[in-house]
Structures are given as structure tokens and as C-alpha cells.
Design a protein around this ligand. Sequence first.
Ligand code: GLC
Length: 442
Amino acid sequence: MNQTTDLLAAAKKVLKDNDQGSFTIPAAGLYPHQWLWDSCFIAIGLRHTDLDRAKTEILSLLRGQWANGMLPNMILGDNNFLNRRSPEYRIWKSWQNPNSPAKLITSGITQPPLIAEAVIKIGAGMNTTERRNWYQAVFPALLAYHEWLYRERDPRNEGLVLQIHPWETGLDNTPPSINEIRKHSLPLWISLLKKAHVSPIINLFRRDTHRIPSSERLDASDALVFYSIQRRLRKKNYDIDKILAHSLFAVEDLTFNAIFISANQHLVEIADFINIKLSDDLLNKIKKSKSALEELWDPHTSQYYSRDFVTRKLLKESSIATLLPLYAGTISKERAKQLVKMLENNHLFGPSYPVPSVPVSSAWFKPILYWQGPTWVNTNWLIIDGLERNGFHDHANALTESTIEMVKNSGFSEYFNPLTGEAAGAQNFSWTAALIVDLLKS
Ligand code: GLC
């Protein structure tokens, strides 16, 4: 057996250990439910080892779809008496919204729309008939989700969709989001607690800091703001008009929108394959989104940023999102080159174990703090795909190799120190394993 075979076998074991039958949890203990973009990454890996199981991963995500088309970021379990008593059930109370599914408890927010990509990748391993059946089975749900995103999350018809909680971006505590919440969303009671230095007490009530050192997780007062935003969404019963009437967090997130633009192309491809004509209205929206991405470009700093939905100001903090327009697949060669230059720079996104979630020279950079510095395999995967799409094959190969090397040395961790390659966060993390399978097999 060579090292690659060993790594592959170890990755498959992680996925098997986290397999709950019809879906895969991200990691035992810390993440005991089904997450939206996690399951998409997981299915992308599973398709190499068991195509049917990969399909099931996606179909089980669709069980959670709301009647209005939303796909929730978390499916927490069956709607039975026991779950009613669980904290998750009470925290979200999404059953109060008439659109929520009758038999399942879910969150009330979404996550980056990677599902069309997962559907296409699974379809690539099928013959024409199987693929047509597969696409036909999932297309109505995909269409409803993309239409929901435009209807509810692009109320000004600008082509960019907005996020109402940092969790929706998938990069929870990324600097642009944290800056936003500290500027606009810090309720007085949290400011007072922050001044009183009661973080250790707050941490006693958190699931994550019981399992992972608090130095690798969100600051306690930021975590409280996250829960206060969530509480507010719950009180508004996840009604977007009520939420936007006075929003604590409303951001057109760069990562989310770059993924959405790419997902739209996949949706068009799926519709074409099964001879379904998308409405002119939707096609116009899809076209608009591609050009709207350019509104997030800042000529002064030569970078893309997320934007505040209310003030329309760019949130000028560099983060891993800065590079993700590569993945959108629609930017010019010139812009792509500028992003790749940042990737090559040791002080920005090119330390020994790239790609850090925040540039190394940023004042925010902390090598093992969650989304404020560590390297994550899922964003590496998106960047590798983006580099390929833009013709930077050598860069894509180099990043593939360094990612595999890092995981070979340190295991299937949730995230890694970009300076040393050391593991941090949860261990035996599903998307790390699944995407290593994909990188090894593709
Ligand atoms: C963390 C990550 C998020 C992921 C979730 C489950 O909250 O920030 O992106 O989906 O964990 O793995």
C-alpha cells in the first residue's frame, strides 16, 4: 500500500464513522446534525466511492426544504416529542412558520447554495438515462430554492442576494461579518457584559468551547451577538419583510454570491439537459447577477468585498472571500490575475500551508482561530476549482498538492494552522475527508 491509498482509506473511514444512514454529520460531538453546505461537499466526495449514497445525501437535504423553497442550513431531527424538548428545537422554533416542513425540525436560515454543483458532480458519474432521471428528480427543488433566493433575498432586484445572519455565509466569524455586527448589532446588554469581562462564564453555556479550546473559537461576546441575531429572526418568525424593517445584520456576502453565480450556471445546465425552459424572468436575473458581482469590486484596493445591504457600503476587510470570485467563473482574466497575485504573496494568502482564511499580514490574523486565519479544506477546494476555471492549472495543482500534504501530516481536521500545518478545531471532520477523496480522485 502506498501513502495515497492509506490516505484514501482513512478518508473513507471518517465518512463511514460520521454516516448516520441517510446523511453524514460534520463531526461527532460538536456537529451532531445535518448541515447544508457540508452535505454538498460530502456528496461531492462520496460520489467516488458510492454514487447511490451520494444521491441519498442530497435527497435527505431536500427533506428539509420549506414550502417557500428555502433550504435550511441545519436539519436538526424528526419532529417528535423528544426533540421538542431539545434546546435546538426551542432555539429555532421554526415550526411556528407555516412554510417549515411538518415532520422535521430545521433552522430558519440558509447557507451557501452549493447544491446545484453537487447535483452536477454526481450526475457526471452516470450514463445519460440515469443522469436524466437524477436531474428530473431534483430539479423542481433546486429551481424552487434559486427562485426563493431571488424572491426573498434580492428584494431590490439587484442581482445580489443578502444574508441575514453570519451563519448563512458559512464563514461564521469572518472579519467582514464580525466588523458588521460589532458596528451595528451590539445590543447594550452585550456591551455591558463585554466590559464586565464575563467571557469565562458565558463560555460555560457553549457547546463548542466545551469541546474545542476557546482560543480556536468565537469570542464570547461575538457568540452572544450571534445568538441575539438568531433570537430576533425567531421573534420575527423568519418573515423577511419584518426582518428587513430593522435589520441587525443584512449583508450581500461575497462568498455566498460567488457560489450562487456559479450555481445558477449549473441550474441552467441541468434544465437544458432535461429540456426544461427556464422563465425569461429567471434568466434575466441570472444574467444580472453576473454583472452585479462587479459592483463588489473596489478599484482602489483592487479587491472584491461583501457589501452592507442597507448602507450599500463595501465591507473593506480582506478574507478568504476575496479569492472566491475565481470560483464564480465569470470574472475577467485581468481581475483573475490580480487575485492570483494575492494568492502567490507570502504575506497575504500564500504562507507555507495555504490558503489562510484571513491574509497573514492582516491585523485580524490569528492562525488557529476558526475563520480568522486557519486554512480550511473546503475553501481550498473552491479556490482550486476557481483556478482551473480561470486557466491557472499550475496554481491549481500546487494548491491541490499542498492541501493533500497538510491533511496527510495532520489528519482530517476541521481547520489548520497556515504557518505550521498543525490541526485545529474538530477532528475527523467530514468535508475535509470528502474533499480529499475528491482531490485524490479527480
Ligand atoms: C461551522 C462552520 C460552517 C459549517 C458548520 C458545520 O459553523 O462555520 O461553515 O457548516 O460548522 O460544519
